[in-house]
Design a protein around this ligand. Structure first.
Ligand code: FES
Ligand code: FES
Length: 161
C-alpha cells in the first residue's frame, strides 16, 4: 500500500523564500491561500475565466487556479500582499482608490496584479493595451472605466513598477 506522495517545492513569494511539500495536484491558488495564508488572490470560477485568482509568476500574470504548485519550483511569485511597501501603498493601489475602481473589491487583487504585470512589461501602455491586458479579469461592479482610468493614471505618471 503506498501513501500519498509529496513533492518539495521551493519558490520566492513576495521576495521571501518559501518551501512547501505538496501533492502533485495542489493548485498554486490553494498553496497561497491555505498554506501561506495569502488570501488576497480569490477563487471566483476556479476554471480560468474570471481572473480573481491572478498573481504574477516569473513576471507574467497567471490564473493561479490553473497552475500547479509542483510546477513552481524555483519560481518567483508576486501576490497583492507584496504590492505595498510597508505602510505605503503601491501607486496602482492608490490610483484604484482615487478613481473609484474598488467597489465590492472581489476582483481588485487580480486586477492590480494584471495591471502591475502590464506596467512592468510596458510602462506606458495605450488604452487599448490596458483593455486587452485586463480582458481576462471580470468585474461585476465598476463597468471597467474607473479601472482603466486608474491604470492609465499610473502609466502616465511614469509607469513605475
Ligand atoms: S478563479 Fe481562477 S480564473 Fe477564476
Ligand atoms: S469591484 Fe466588485 S467585482 Fe470588481
Amino acid at each position: 500500500m503506498s501513501g500519498t506522495e509529496y513533492l518539495g517545492v521551493k519558490m520566492t513569494v513576495n521576495r521571501r523564500p518559501v518551501a512547501v511539500d505538496v501533492t502533485g495536484d495542489e493548485r498554486l491558488l490553494d498553496t497561497l491561500r491555505t498554506r501561506l495564508r495569502l488570501t488576497g488572490a480569490k477563487e471566483g470560477c476556479g476554471v480560468g475565466e474570471c481572473g480573481a485568482c491572478t498573481v504574477i509568476l516569473n513576471g507574467r500574470a497567471v490564473n493561479s487556479c490553473l497552475v500547479l504548485t509542483a510546477q513552481c519550483d524555483g519560481a518567483e511569485i508576486e501576490t497583492v500582499e507584496g504590492l505595498a511597501n510597508g505602510d505605503a501603498l503601491h501607486p496602482l493601489q492608490d490610483a484604484f482608490i482615487q478613481h473609484g475602481a474598488v467597489q465590492c473589491g472581489f476582483c481588485t487583487p487580480g486586477m492590480l496584479m494584471t495591471a502591475k504585470a502590464l506596467l512592468d512589461r510596458k510602462p506606458d501602455p495605450s488604452r487599448d493595451e490596458i483593455r486587452e491586458a485586463i480582458a481576462g479579469n471580470l468585474c461585476r461592479c465598476t463597468g471597467y472605466e474607473q479601472i482603466i482610468r486608474a491604470i492609465e493614471s499610473v502609466a502616465k505618471g511614469g509607469g513605475r513598477q
